[in-house]
Design a protein around this ligand. Structure first.
Ligand SMILES: C[S@@+](CC[C@H](N)C(=O)[O-])C[C@H]1O[C@@H](n2cnc3c(N)ncnc32)[C@H](O)[C@@H]1O
Length: 399
């Protein structure tokens, strides 16, 4: 039961297959008929819209702009790519050295996205977009291949069904829709809420699987400020309209944490709700999060100092870092703190003499968590510097 006595839908009960059909139908007909009610005003970079035909721009059902978090040369995966608008925006940001793959399970949406693939690429002078058919909670199964198989092998018996399952198993392993550890950035714009509660855990695990170590997600979606009651969750209209499948705002962030992401950060949180239903506000949020905090902990006499302004902070591995203190960290944590999203928060203190890899032991997690400066400088360090020589010769900065 929720805080105010509202029953929540549990992952194990789920909402059933009908909801996926409702989503398929709604976005299938939105391609021809449009859906003005699904539109959240988004301030895209106008210069990047110039090469995109109106037919695509008009079918914008996003609620944020995760493309702002993509960089040149990156391999990007867009979950629930719809008409392809975000993919064509990001295609220009990543440029000829990068690539953008859009995933959608709706054939009408894919047809529209693919329609202008060649002509947009010709205008840009490079072709770096691809649209693949699949469910975002199962990034192994290529549904175009399954469709082709079914056309050649219609199901007429239980034995035909077993053959289909065997074929699916084979392509999932031999030709996965998206390979393990292959993506720099996953973006998604207003789609995660449409995935059924019973599939949400697999969705996060799949995102984690396909990202490279050090890769990140930039996700815009709808969240609610209060738990969504069951009668609203079971309403297919509200569900397919990006309302009642929304995560509770805090649970959205927790879902990334539970899927082992780290450095989770709210980039944008719209003050104005997208919809308010029965007093519950549904609004757009954009978050970023990173993959790759697991691995062995090697001792290399490294320390970090948290700059502040908070008195202390705790990271996603439960390290507590008091402001201004030299804290002992293993090599893996030291590397993590030297990169986004942490690098501006810490002063990195390497050892005066590097510990060679072959001499580096296992980091003792039960040790005193402060690192005495003697550990980084060396016990035998006895240097005494001459007074006043830190400004360099000819400088008059230290009278
Ligand atoms: C609200 S629209 C957003 C489309 C696009 N991201 C945009 O910004 O315009 C949702 C899209 O996600 C697709 N979709 C919904 N659930 C999906 C799922 N489980 N797997 C793959 N695609 C899905 C729909 O077909 C639709 O194209």
């Amino acid at each position: 039961m929720g805080e105010v006595g509202q029953e929540k839908i549990h992952e194990t009960n789920g909402v059933g297959a009908g909801f996926e059909q409702a989503v398929l139908q709604r976005y299938g007909s939105a391609v021809s008929d449009g859906e003005p009610g699904l539109c959240v005003p988004v301030d895209y970079d106008r210069a990047l819209l110039k090469v995109i035909p109106d037919e695509i721009i008009e079918k914008d059902f996003g609620c944020g702009d995760p493309s702002k978090h993509v960089r040149e040369g990156e391999m990007v995966l867009d979950l629930g790519s719809g008409s392809g608008k975000s993919c064509y925006i990001m295609s220009q940001i990543v440029g000829a050295r990068g690539k953008v793959i859009g995933i959608d399970f709706n054939p009408e949406m894919l047809k529209l996205a693919r329609k202008y693939q060649i002509s947009i690429g010709d205008k840009l002078g490079f072709h770096n977009t691809e649209f693949r058919r699949g469910k975002i909670q199962d990034l192994r199964t290529n549904l175009d291949l399954v469709e082709q198989y079914l056309q050649q092998h219609p199901i007429r018996s239980v034995s035909d069904l077993a053959d289909l399952q065997g074929y699916e198993e084979k392509i999932r392993h031999e030709q996965p829709l998206v390979a393990d550890d292959s993506i720099d950035v996953i973006v998604s714009n207003c789609v995660l809420n449409l995935v059924r509660p019973e599939d949400k855990k697999t969705l996060f695990a799949e995102m984690y699987r396909v990202l490279k170590r050090g890769g990140r997600v930039a996700i815009s979606d709808i969240v609610s400020d209060e738990p969504v009651p069951e009668h609203m969750v079971r309403d297919p209209e509200l569900w397919s309209g990006c309302v009642s499948g929304a995560f509770l705002e805090e649970e959205f962030l927790r879902a990334f944490e539970e899927a082992k992401f780290y450095g989770i950060h709210i980039e944008d949180f719209q003050s104005q709700p997208y919809r308010t239903v029965e007093g519950i506000e549904f609004r757009s949020i954009t978050i970023t999060a990173y993959k790759g905090k697991e691995g062995s902990c090697v001792e290399r006499n490294q320390a970090v100092i948290y700059r502040g302004p908070w008195k202390q902070v705790m990271d996603d591995d439960n390290h507590i870092l008091p402001r201004g203190a030299r804290i002992a960290v293993c090599e893996k944590t030291f590397e993590l703190y030297s990169k986004p999203p942490y690098q501006d928060q810490f002063i990195l203190v390497p050892p005066r003499q590097e510990v060679p890899t072959e001499e580096a032991g296992v980091f003792d997690c039960s040790r005193d968590h402060r690192r005495h400066p003697r550990e980084t400088k060396g016990i035998d360090y006895k240097a005494t510097s001459a007074a006043g020589n830190i400004c360099g010769s000819g400088s008059n900065c230290c009278p």
